[in-house]
Write a protein that binds this ligand. Structure first.
Ligand SMILES: [Zn+2]
Length: 301
């Protein structure tokens, strides 16, 4: 999982910049969104069934380099992808449902707030800093209306970029400037996501994100692991023996850039190649073994 803080042209991705992209894409959208939010505020809930967030889906596909916000899998392109992926609301708009975490996760002792509120974050239905594009498994099969936090649910929130000690999301939000850099919290050991900081809130948010989206579960997200292993094998195949490790980032620019799928996994492997050749060789062998034995089955993907 990576953060999207700077785009390919070097623009800082923040609310102002996303609004600019939306105005270029559909100039009436922001006004319509503001009108709807004003209505919801008076009613205290979402009052319509039709929605307009799909109209700006392409803007987020562009920001995210056409990758899933959470697993970094490549999405269908602009034309076919429009019908496949939907805009994911980070904070659920209608209701919050309980995340059933595993006994192994529960044993870590992370205090997750029980969602007892019946409403969702209706005032964030059209908030741009509540949006991302996610793949089917991450959004429709896993995330749904779940939103694990520490503290108290503040469903009247109007601006998710204002940090609050009262409500701390346990999932990482990858777009814009207000959340941490995902790669400071989650790295990779080969194809397996790992926690960078071993304690405190950074640990809790990283391990919850990995566990929640099942990012480390080769048994149920085999396609994801296959893609990460292919990334590792591709990187190894592109590099020549004579290449200077200090040139790796240039040589592999397109393979490990933010807009490339599984960039974080790729970047972790490149870092390993530069620092520990023998460990990198083990990682490569493991990736090859996975591909040789991979059989698609009835998985989430
Ligand atoms: Zn995904």
């Amino acid at each position: 999982m990576i953060s999207y803080k700077i785009d390919r042209e070097g623009n800082k991705i923040d609310l102002h910049y996303i609004e600019k992209l939306i105005n270029q894409h559909k100039s009436t959208w922001l006004n319509k969104a503001a009108e709807r939010t004003a209505k919801y505020k008076i009613a205290g809930k979402v009052t319509d069934n039709s929605h307009i967030w799909s109209e700006i889906k392409e803007v987020f596909m562009k920001i995210q380099g056409n990758k899933c916000a959470f697993c970094e899998g490549e999405l269908e392109g602009k034309t076919s992808g429009k019908g496949v992926h939907d805009v994911e609301h980070f904070r659920p708009k209608n209701r919050i449902t309980k995340w059933q975490s595993s006994p192994e996760f529960n044993a870590l002792g992370i205090a997750i707030t029980e969602p007892t509120v019946s409403k969702g974050y209706h005032l964030l239905t059209y908030n741009l800093l509540n949006y991302s594009i996610a793949c089917g498994p991450c959004n429709q099969a896993i995330k749904k209306d779940r939103f694990p936090i520490k503290g108290n649910y503040n469903t009247l929130m109007e601006n998710p970029s204002i940090e609050s000690d009262a409500e701390i999301p346990l999932l990482l939000y990858p777009i814009g400037q207000h959340d941490v850099n995902c790669e400071d919290l989650i790295s990779f050991n080969g194809a397996v996501p790992t926690v960078v900081i071993p304690d405190g809130l950074p640990f809790e948010r990283a391990i919850t994100t990995i566990e929640f989206f099942r990012l480390g579960r080769a048994d149920i997200r085999g396609k994801l692991f296959k893609e990460r292993c292919m990334k590792i094998i591709t990187i190894d195949g592109i590099l020549d023996e004579n290449d200077d490790p200090s040139d790796y980032d240039n040589i592999l620019e397109n393979i490990i850039a933010d807009y490339s799928d599984h960039a974080s996994c790729g970047r972790s492997y490149v870092k390993l190649l530069k620092t520990n050749k023998s460990k990198a060789s083990e990682v490569l062998s493991e990736a090859k073994r996975f591909i040789r034995t991979y059989i698609p089955d009835e998985q989430l993907n």
